[in-house]
Design a protein around this ligand. Sequence first.
Ligand code: PMP
Length: 459
Amino acid sequence: MNTLGNTPTDGDLVAWDRDHHLHPWAGTGGFGSDEYMRVNTADGIYLWDAAGKRYIDGPGGMWCTQIGYGRQEMADTISQQVMKMPYASPWSFTTEPAAVLARMIAERTPGDLNTVHFTTGGSTAVDTALRTALFMNKRLGRPEKRIVIGREKGYHGSTFLAATVTGKERFETSFEKAQDLVHFLPDVNPYHRPEGMSVDAWCDAKVADLENLIADVGADRIAAFIAEPILCSGGVIVPPPGYHKRTLEICRANDILYISDEVVTGFGRLGHWFASEDVFGIVPDIITCAKGLTSGYLPLGACIISDTVMKRIAEAPGDDVFYNGYTYSGHPVSCAAAIKNIEIMEREDILGHVQCVTPHFQDRLHQIKEKFSIVGDVRGDGLLGCIECRPGLNVESYEAHVKFGQKLDDACEEMGLLLRPFGNMAVFSPPLIITPSQIDEMFDIMEAGMAQVSKDYDA
Ligand code: PMP
């Protein structure tokens, strides 16, 4: 059907979306029948649907709308760059935005992470990081050192390699993976530790998991360990104190590259440009980022590599080509948007703002646990939060338990707040510009939603 020149009706849009648009992560049961909320406009932390109803953007898009919606400066920068130089082949050229942004990122990363390889998003940044580790070992004459250690529940993306190191159950069952390339460490969530075990002892056990796996598989076969500073899509799992430092030390002792996947935690989510060093005290070998890099205004990701790794690759004998890249690597318009995004974050001291409002946000989150007995755990840091429904409740069925996130999201949506449901959890990561009174507005709705949902559970 040729739709050019016609103004589509609401009915047309519903039908066209249903019939022709396969959404990401769609359940097969919903193919051709699911109806998605159509959002039309947005400003600050709010979105409006096609009927004009306003919602707080609780999930921050997909953990990415740091500076909020409706920024005229972003629109101006993007349109100016489109008119000046909308695209340049990264094979042959560089552009001012790409060079400036690479420098700006290198200035904000910890330690000697100074080389930026631009990608199209988070998955391709992770893919690039993994390929960098494998490429380094190939250059060093040890191609058998190629296995990657991932973690159960970790999420790293949807390309084949990023999905391979993703430790979510669905990713095990839905598609083939490069199984021979990956081993997983078990759940690190302190909430799931055995009863009576201290958090310190849990940390020891989790560190031992890594040591044991290395001993089993052999350090000479392992190229890299990949971890999110806070494991986000798996349920905002904050590791026990000292975990990242100790796992990094083990990696260094075994010449295993440590890849910190900061696709969510980078660019202010925890009140710092990057969480690895400023929050967890580690300087990884490679950092991946995306999302907040442009606040979601345009797609862009980056794989940032240490000087040490670059030097090892460069100084290994013989010539080779790092045969990795994308048509849109260093896309000038995306890079210009990222530069403006960083400028805005700096001018408005958004990192300072996040540090300032974090205690209030986390306090309101923890009050939910005190107020509602169906809650097993609440957790988070910075402007990241998760509510997990407690297991073993006298609910009608297991189904009701695993649908807690969806039930809470539905109740809150009615009252103008969007959340992100994950089975028996609901997570949220609002735009970083959220004010203390907007935090209250968000948690007031969440509490009203919890009161409603709690009725379904005979706790
Ligand atoms: N890594 C992490 C930690 C993520 O949370 C995500 C996306 N949620 C990705 C990688 C993949 O990023 P993208 O969807 O931009 O490819």
